[in-house]
Design a binder for this molecule. Structure first.
Ligand SMILES: NC(=O)c1ccc[n+]([C@@H]2O[C@H](COP(=O)([O-])OP(=O)(O)OC[C@H]3O[C@@H](n4cnc5c(N)ncnc54)[C@H](OP(=O)(O)O)[C@@H]3O)[C@@H](O)[C@H]2O)c1
Length: 339
C-alpha cells in the first residue's frame, strides 16, 4: 500500500470497517509513503501512524520499489500522485504483481507508459485495477471497456469529469464573483489545495486520456486541446500569491456566464473526444443537455457508440472524494484477489 495521505488513510479505515464486519480481505503486508516503509505485522493502525509520523527526507524514498514482500500474485495499491511510482506500474506487472491505482499517471499521462502497462498485463496476466482514476469508481471505465470488448466502436465520449469544476459551475450564478465560489469550493475541500490544478484543466486532460485509451484511441497528452481557465498572471504566480490574484478570473467568467445566458444555455467544464479529436474546456450547453443534470460534485459522462448512436449512455453520480475513491480501490483489490 503506497500513500498514507487522504485516500490512503480512507482506504485503511474502510479496510478495517469491512474486516470488522467479517469480510475476508487479503492481508496488507506493508504500507509506505515518501518517507518510510512500515510492516503491518503489529496492526494497520500502528503502521499507518508510524508512517505518517516519519520525518521528512531530502530524497524521495524508493525503498518500497524493491520491497522483499513483492512476489508474483501480490497486489500493489498506489494511492499517491507520484510520477516515480507510476513509472513502476509496468515493471510490477512484468513481474506478475497486480497494480490497483488512484494515481492517474499510469494511463493518464505518457502514451508510452500506458502502452507498457497494457503490454505487461498481456504478457503476464497480472491485473491493473484503475476504476478509482476516473469517476472515483463510478461504472465508467468498466462500461467503456465492456462496450469495446462487445465489438462496439465508441463514437464520442463527453463528460463533466472534475467534481470540483462540476460543483463550481453548478454554483456560479453571477450573484457573487467567481473567485468567491473558488474560495468556497476550496474551504469545502472540493478543490486541490492549489485550485489552479483544477482550473488549469490538467486533471481533466488526464481523465480524458484514460477514457480515450480505454476506448482504443492512442492519444498523446499534447493531442488533447486544453482551454485553461487561468489568466497568464495567475498561472505563473507563486503559491503564496494565488489567493490575492483569484479576482483575475472574475471579469472573463462573468462575461462567459452572460453569453451563455443570452442563448439560454449553461456553462459546463467538459472533456470530449470523438473522431475529430479531443478537447477540454468551458462550453455553453443547452439547459436540457444530459451534462447539465446532476448536482454538487457529481461526475456526468455521456457515451455514444454503435449501439447507442442517438441517445447516449449517461453515467452520473458522486465521482470525487476520498471515501468513494478508497472504496473503488478496495473493490479492485477484492476483484483481483478473488479471481
Ligand atoms: N483526495 C481525493 O478525493 C481523490 C479523489 C480521487 C483520486 N485521488 C487521487 O488519489 C491519489 C492520492 O490522493 P490524496 O488526496 O490522498 O493525496 P495526498 O493526501 O497528497 O497523499 C499522497 C501520498 O502519496 C505519498 N507519496 C508521494 N510520493 C511518494 C513516493 N515517491 N513513494 C511513496 N509514497 C509517496 C505521500 O507521501 P508523504 O506522506 O510522505 O508526503 C502521501 O502519503 C492522487 O493520485 C489523487 O489524484 C484523490
Amino acid at each position: 500500500m503506497l500513500g498514507t495521505g487522504t485516500v490512503g488513510a480512507a482506504f485503511v479505515a474502510r479496510y478495517q470497517r469491512l474486516q470488522s464486519r467479517g469480510l475476508a480481505l487479503p492481508k496488507v503486508a506493508w504500507l509506505a509513503n515518501s518517507r518510510s516503509v512500515q510492516a503491518c505485522g503489529s496492526g494497520l493502525d500502528a503502521a499507518l501512524e508510524q508512517a505518517i509520523a516519519a520525518p521528512r527526507r531530502e530524497l524521495l524514498l524508493q525503498g518500497w520499489a524493491e520491497a522483499e514482500a513483492l512476489h508474483e500474485g501480490d497486489i500493489v495499491v498506489d494511492a499517491t500522485a507520484s510520477e516515480l511510482v507510476a513509472d513502476w506500474h509496468p515493471e510490477w506487472l512484468v513481474r506478475g504483481v497486480s497494480v490497483v491505482t488512484a494515481n492517474k499517471l499510469g494511463h493518464g499521462s505518457l502514451l508510452a507508459r500506458s502502452q507498457a502497462i497494457t503490454e505487461a498485463q498481456c504478457a503476464t496476466g497480472a491485473r491493473y485495477g484503475d476504476s478509482a482514476t476516473v469517476g472515483a469508481g463510478l461504472p465508467l471505465l468498466g462500461s467503456l471497456r465492456a462496450l469495446v470488448a462487445g465489438g462496439d466502436r465508441i463514437h464520442a465520449v463527453e463528460g463533466v469529469l472534475s467534481g470540483s469544476l462540476g460543483w463550481l459551475f453548478g454554483r456560479f450564478d453571477g450573484t457573487c464573483p467567481f473567485s468567491d465560489c473558488v474560495r468556497e469550493a476550496a474551504a469545502a475541500g472540493y478543490t486541490e489545495p492549489d485550485p489552479r490544478v483544477d482550473l488549469s484543466g490538467e486533471d481533466v486532460r488526464r481523465k480524458l486520456l484514460i477514457l480515450a485509451r480505454a476506448a482504443g484511441l492512442a492519444l498523446e497528452p499534447a493531442q488533447v486541446r486544453v482551454e485553461s481557465l487561468l489568466p497568464a498572471a495567475l498561472a505563473a504566480a507563486a503559491p503564496g500569491e494565488v489567493d490575492g490574484l483569484l479576482h483575475l478570473l472574475d471579469a472573463p467568467l462573468a462575461a462567459r456566464l452572460q453569453q451563455a445566458r443570452d442563448t439560454g444555455g449553461k456553462l459546463r467544464f467538459v472533456g470530449r473526444f470523438d473522431a475529430h479529436g479531443a478537447t477540454v474546456g468551458l462550453r455553453t450547453l443547452p439547459a436540457d443537455h444530459p451534462l447539465c443534470g446532476g448536482s454538487g460534485a457529481d461526475n456526468r459522462v455521456a457515451v455514444s457508440s454503435d449501439r447507442y448512436p442517438v441517445q447516449p449512455l449517461v453515467i452520473q453520480g458522486p465521482g470525487a472524494g476520498a471515501e468513494v475513491t478508497a472504496a473503488a480501490l478496495l473493490d479492485d483489490v477484492l476483484r483481483i484477489s478473488a479471481a
